[in-house]
Design a protein around this ligand. Structure first.
Ligand code: ATP
Ligand code: MG
Length: 560
């Protein structure tokens, strides 16, 4: 028999007003409904209601991971430096990593993700090819010193993640494990009641090759993804590639210098010459691992520094500063052009061979016209670096892409041999080294993602599987109503339901109803006006539909 949870004893203090620092709906509501409490920037305490939701999500994740044959383990969060030094991530992670020392001065970190440690465990435990394939997962606390911990539990510095890792000996095995995980994720997110899309992504600091993200469309999301209205293509904007062909210049003349005083920006230049910004070539200077590099994009487009960083990872990309120019007379700020430039030149694919541009002439107040790619300058590396815009061509079919915001709820990577090589993970008796796949689901983030997608102006609105209770019974206030509420609660619990009953004395019915809506249990059962006749009112939290039922009918309806 399930327990009846009484509101009078539950540690929950609901708030009428939004917390001052909250920007997103989930942040506001999870705090106001008493699910979580901020302990420090990006560090959250889970209160009883919140812990129940978190556990429900973990249960769904666990059931579906077990169903594909993955085995649950629990690795430490406090980790020695050495494995992360071996993989290079002790450095590569930069400021994101929480580093600490023990009493003897030895270096440790708080795990941001566990590829290294899982690889070591498998190396230790699986010595023969017969021991593979193996799929392992854990649901564990992760630590990342995020630059902008915001949106409540959406982006914490301490958060819960389900991470799993599969080890296979062949590429076919890797593909199979990947497919199993992908299917399990689809089941998990569907069971959680999340609206989600699977999109192509870039692997970033993780390394490896193919990767896909699971995105939950939501206004509060920090990711932008594109969706093709005409075909199946969907991708994180960071992964969008430009494949359309670019018209080349028709018999361009020789490079011609133009006197363009006081035109250090594209806007001033385009206005001065009376040309569209798209006719100009913008050259942004950045530092890649300290080395000054120019990045060329059409003048009407912006450079996506995040995307550039992902492409060049693990290199560190920074904007140049005034000091960087001090001993570089060859780099004329505001008038840089790729012709004759003595630094690495990265360009967007729109700067295709044969295209002609108006760009800086590497002299103060001077630009040049008919600067032709492939004739007057060479591109060292082509990378997709512009901020993707609504209407950009779909790489598969060319149709104008649609742009939407979303929350990343899960990510799967095919890492291949990267970590296996780092740790000389070899197994006896078969050719080739194990290949790896790695996967993550943001468990605590899923709480917020679900809240974002399902809440309304009255409060949270969980699906039954995830809600902290199956039914929220409200006693309007009179003794008779409280008696009926408690009686029906016991019966519902006896039928196996998780019941929250609001039998608080001295709290007005209005406050109880408001709290019930805010807390968001899917069914609200009220012992009110007709309690004397044994009649209750059942309200559907999502649709607002109400109906009057006897105790027996209510139990049959809810337990059925
Ligand atoms: P993001 O781009 O949002 O920072 P990530 O690419 O760093 O995410 P992964 O390293 O792939 O994320 O981690 C796996 C999952 O863990 C993510 O899909 C996300 O759901 C969750 N996650 C990552 N960072 C955080 C965080 N700071 N707070 C809460 N959940 C997170
Ligand atoms: Mg991150």
């Amino acid at each position: 028999m399930s327990q009846v949870q009484r509101m009078s004893r539950l540690m929950v203090k609901t708030l009428r007003d939004d917390p001052a620092d909250a920007e997103t709906l989930s942040h506001k509501l999870l705090v106001r409904a008493g699910y979580v409490r901020r302990t420090s920037a990006g560090i959250w305490s889970w209160l009883p209601l919140g812990k129940k939701v978190l556990d429900n999500i973990s249960r769904v994740v666990r059931e579906e991971m077990d169903a594909i044959g993955a085995q649950e383990v629990l690795l430490p969060a406090l980790l020695p430096k050495e494995p992360y030094e071996a993989s290079g991530r002790w450095e590569e992670y930069g400021d994101l990593l929480f580093r600490l020392k023990d009493r003897k001065g030895a270096d440790y970190l708080l795990g941001p993700t566990h590829e290294e440690i899982f690889t070591q465990v498998v190396k230790d435990q699986c010595t023969s090819y017969k021991d593979l394939p193996v799929m392992l997962y854990q649901i564990q606390t992760k630590y990342r010193d995020e630059a902008r911990p915001r949106s409540g539990v959406l982006r914490g510095r301490e958060f819960q993640m389900k991470d799993s890792y599969s080890f296979d000996t062949t590429d076919e095995g890797l593909a199979e494990s990947y497919a199993l995980h992908r299917a399990a994720y689809q089941k998990i997110f569907a069971r959680l009641g999340l609206d989600f899309r699977i999109v192509s992504a870039v692997s970033g600091a993780m390394g490896g090759s193919a990767s896909e993200e699971f995105l939950a469309p939501a206004a509060a999301g920090e990711d932008t993804f594109v969706d093709c209205p005409a075909c199946d293509y969907a991708a994180n904007t960071e992964a969008v590639t430009f494949t359309a062909s670019v018209p080349v210049a028709d018999a361009p003349g020789p490079v011609e210098e133009l006197n363009t005083p006081d035109t250090p920006t594209i806007e001033t230049l385009a206005a001065f010459l009376g040309v569209p910004a798209s006719a100009t070539l913008k050259n942004l200077l950045v530092k890649v691992d300290g080395e000054i590099t120019a990045v060329g994009v059409p003048g009407d487009r912006e450079v996506d520094l995040g995307k550039l960083g992902e492409h060049l990872a693990p290199a560190v990309v920074e904007l140049v500063t005034a000091e960087d120019f001090e001993d570089r007379p060859d780099l004329v700020r505001g008038y840089v052009g790729p012709q004759g430039l003595k630094i690495r030149y990265i360009a967007d694919p729109r700067i295709a061979s044969g295209t002609a541009w108006i760009t800086g002439a590497n002299k103060p107040g001077t630009h040049a016209r008919d600067v032709v790619c492939g004739r007057d300058f060479e591109v060292d590396d082509y990378l997709d670096v512009v901020v993707v815009e609504e209407g950009d061509p779909c790489p598969l079919c060319g149709t104008g892409l649609k742009l939407d915001r979303a929350i990343e709820i899960g990510h799967i990577f095919q890492l291949g041999r990267k970590y296996a090589d780092t740790f000389q993970l070899d197994v006896l008796g078969q050719q080739g080294k194990p290949v790896r796949v790695t996967y993550g689901i943001g468990v605590s983030r899923a709480v917020a993602a679900l809240a974002e997608q399902t809440a309304d102006e009255h409060g949270l609105c969980w699906t039954r599987e995830i809600a902290p209770a199956d039914v929220h019974v409200v006693a309007a206030g009179k003794a008779l109503q409280t008696e009926l509420a408690l009686e029906v609660s016991e019966k519902l619990a006896a039928a196996g339901l998780r019941v929250l009953v609001d039998e608080r004395a001295g709290v007005s019915p209005g406050v109880k109803f408001t709290d019930a809506e805010l807390i968001g249990v899917p069914h609200i059962l009220v012992a009110g006006r007709r309690a004397g006749e044994g009649v209750l009112e059942l309200k559907d939290r999502r649709t607002g539909e109400r109906e009057e039922l006897t105790t027996a009918e209510a139990i049959a309806r809810l337990a059925g």
